[in-house]
Design a protein around this ligand. Structure first.
Ligand SMILES: Cc1ncc(COP(=O)(O)O)c(C=O)c1O
Length: 401
């Protein structure tokens, strides 16, 4: 039986060679290779700063921590208010858990708004209705390689003077009107986990054009010290009695990755465009093959938002009924095609939500549909033509064709 995993291993001999070189050098922790990866990433995306960390979840934790009002040394005059306990951040109901948990770690409240069953993205009108005096940020999560309504959300944030964080962990390389997702916001985050658009095995990146936020993130990434900050000298002058190599100015973490992981990322980044074009083509092929099922309202593949060149993270569909989704899942798995729910479904239905501060704005009926009737399978860039056709055959067989 053919096996269609969620993602295939795309790490090849060039990555292994690069990794061995770092290993043989004897310098394996974060250093020159990480800097090189960060520079290549920021150049690729056309953004000023890129900061490499050990996961997308860590990137999100740093993003929300960076806009927290917890820096006594801040000189940067911001248009936006920094985040205080019980302030609010608007998030989509359909999202990943670690887009939400780090919000609670800052003491802020997550405000959930509905997601659209056809596009799987956050609904703009729901965002507008959710805004209160306490809203300090919107976290836009780009679900499964689709573009969403980023320009509209950027406008809202500009008008309301609130932060825009883009969780782009599922959409690296996706462009909206020729601009990369993750670069519209004040901060964008990415994941390089094994099944994502490129991989460093584990890993993540944060991007920003804001010097203050970048410096703070450099510090928060490594223990709260100044060593990696490009304005470290400012602190060193203020505290000449402290060894500048061990000068701590923020409540930081250790969320660094290593030069070994970065060396894999440098090679993978060169392949990103090729990978994403292939994912795009796979999406187009399956959309065409299943157009009659869509017309008959049996399955609805994710609709790509206007102006987006999607890079399908996987191929999500909404089935006509929950029973059909459950049966389809069984049929696909039985035939070797690995499946997933549409990420966490309606996040407010996950038991862990009881542990955080949150409120729901409006109703989450779209998110419920996505949770109850949604499913996706992989669209790995290494899929062969016969594997792509195998998926078509198995889906058609389910519908007795
Ligand atoms: C939207 C989203 N945000 C954050 C993450 C976390 O990334 P990581 O697994 O690298 O921690 C993921 C992981 O899949 C994700 O899908």
């Amino acid at each position: 039986m053919i096996k269609i995993p969620l993602n295939k291993n795309t790490i090849g001999t060039a990555e292994k060679r690069a990794l061995n070189k770092v290993f043989d050098s004897g310098y394996m922790t974060m250093g020159k290779v990480t800097k090189k990866f960060e520079a290549a990433f920021s150049k690729h995306l056309g953004v000023k700063h890129a900061i490499y960390v050990n996961s997308g979840s860590s990137a999100n934790l740093l993003a929300f921590s960076a806009i927290q009002d917890n820096d006594k040394f801040r000189k940067f005059k911001s248009r936006n208010d920094f985040l205080k306990p019980n302030d609010e951040i608007i998030v989509p109901a359909v999202t990943w858990s670690t887009s939400i948990w780090p919000i609670s770690q800052t003491g802020a409240k997550s405000v959930f708004v509905d997601s659209e069953p056809d596009t799987l993205q956050m609904n703009v009108n729901s965002i507008k209705k959710a805004i209160s005096k306490k809203t300090k940020a919107i976290c836009m999560v780009h679900v499964l390689g689709n573009g969403g309504y980023i320009e509209e959300v950027r406008d809202i944030c500009d008008k309301k003077k609130i932060w825009l964080i883009e969780d782009t962990c599922e959409s690296l390389g996706v462009k909206k009107k020729n601009k990369y997702l993750g670069t519209f916001g004040d901060i964008g985050t990415y994941s390089f986990y094994f099944s994502h658009h490129i991989t460093t095995v584990e890993g993540g990146m944060i991007v920003t054009n804001n010097d203050y936020l970048a410096n703070k993130i450099y510090s928060l990434r490594s223990h709260g010290w100044t060593r990696d900050m490009f304005n470290a000298k400012e602190y060193e002058k203020q505290f000449p009695e402290i060894d500048p190599r061990f000068l701590f100015v923020n409540v930081g973490y250790n969320l660094r990755s290593t030069d070994m992981n970065a060396s894999i990322g440098l090679v993978q980044l060169k392949k990103l465009e090729k990978f994403n074009n292939k994912r795009h083509e796979i999406g187009k092929t399956w959309n065409k093959a299943f157009s009659h099922l869509k017309k008959n309202e049996l399955i609805q593949p994710m609709e790509i938002t206007k102006g987006t060149k999607a890079s399908w993270f996987g191929f999500p569909v909404i089935c006509k009924t929950r029973k059909m989704r459950d049966d389809l899942r069984e049929h696909l798995e039985k035939n070797g095609i690995e499946t997933r729910p549409i990420i966490c479904g309606n996040m407010t239905k996950q038991p862990g939500i009881k542990n955080i501060k949150y409120r729901i704005s409006g109703n989450l009926s779209g998110a419920d549909i996505i949770m109850d009737r949604g499913i996706f399978w992989g669209s790995s860039p290494d899929m062969t033509k016969s594997e792509i056709n195998y998926v078509i055959r198995i889906i058609k067989k389910f519908f007795n064709e």
